[in-house]
Design a protein around this ligand. Sequence first.
Ligand code: BEZ
Length: 402
Amino acid sequence: MGVLSVVLRALRPGTTVVVVATGALVLTGCAGSSLSQSGGEQAAGAVKIGLLVPLSGVYAPLGEDMRNGFQLYLDQHGGKLGGSTAEVVSADEGEGPQTGVPAAQKLVTQDQVTAVVGVVNSATALGLRDFFHESKKPLLIANAGANDITGARKSEYVWRTSFANGKVSAALGAAVAKEVKGDVYLIAADYAAGKEMVAGFRKTFEAAGGKVAGEKYTPFGKTQDFQPFLSAIRGSGAKAVYSFYAGAEAVSFVKQYRQFGLADGTPLYGTGFLTEGGVLDAQGEAAAGVKTSLHYSTELDTPRNKEFVAAYRKAYNEAPTVYAVQAYDSAAVLDKALPKAPGGTGDELVKALGGVGPVDSPRGQWSFGADQDAEQKYYLREVRSSGGTVVNAVVGELSAVQ
Ligand code: BEZ
């Protein structure tokens, strides 16, 4: 964890932080519901970007990874985006739209940022869509996978450098149907992302002949004891389980799955968030054998990824995550698009986003599709021991499902 992380961890939710090009921190606002004083001024030759990620709540560690990824890109590019010095104004998404929407509104109306990057939670993304559409301000979603954001409620002002819930989960369905001889139980956090992950998986799983043993949603952000749900899984006679959890919930679920004695006879599958980064470190050997689909692994054996992993480790003394990569790539995309938006208007910038072309990312090359979502490869990963630790070994490539 870098100095930036240590300082930000100590901040109360709502605090606004400006990270200037050198990585130095300037506190510019007040905590809680009071208004930030950062104002809308932007230094000549500078571009102001809002970074909206959870600094508090169940997904705070994901937000920290995203800040680190974004900052690493700046550090590697002289603190500049599109030739202008980047001023990053950070705001707390918290646990959902109740906190995330007002924080985004402040970034746009008060801090007058050129664009906002971030958003972890699907419910926050859905709550933000109309605000960005009506303000004509670009939002680059660097995690939240809500399907409608690039589907039924697509806006020319909202772009996504991460994934759609329905796609990252659908990528795994056919592989599980082929591998598991018997019914599979589906379990996920009870909110927009959990529902969409299960639906995406179910669609391709059933299409490939798979049968569902049961489906259950656990209260989001509140479930610490998974025993009653694990008993229901055992009682169902399922031969395997598919799940969506991330952050602290993923740690508890996977550890308790092992402690309950299910891991040996009932293989656990999920989207890669289940075993990503600090979550996997905390799960340790309890996660051995868990198989997931994701568009990134630290273990991708490419020169681009090796270089990225080494730089990230050097900067933060830990391995990167998909969340860090998504934010790093958002900075890369802005770097390419901003020179084509000299007036700094939302309309100019979103037009430029449409022309950024392929992104040379640690995850592999990807580009924006017509739906303004990342078109990319999905990998099949398996948690294995390696060098005294556990990693998400890449064991195959999965077909992308549109
Ligand atoms: C989501 O809410 O979209 C989400 C949150 C954490 C990991 C993956 C997806």
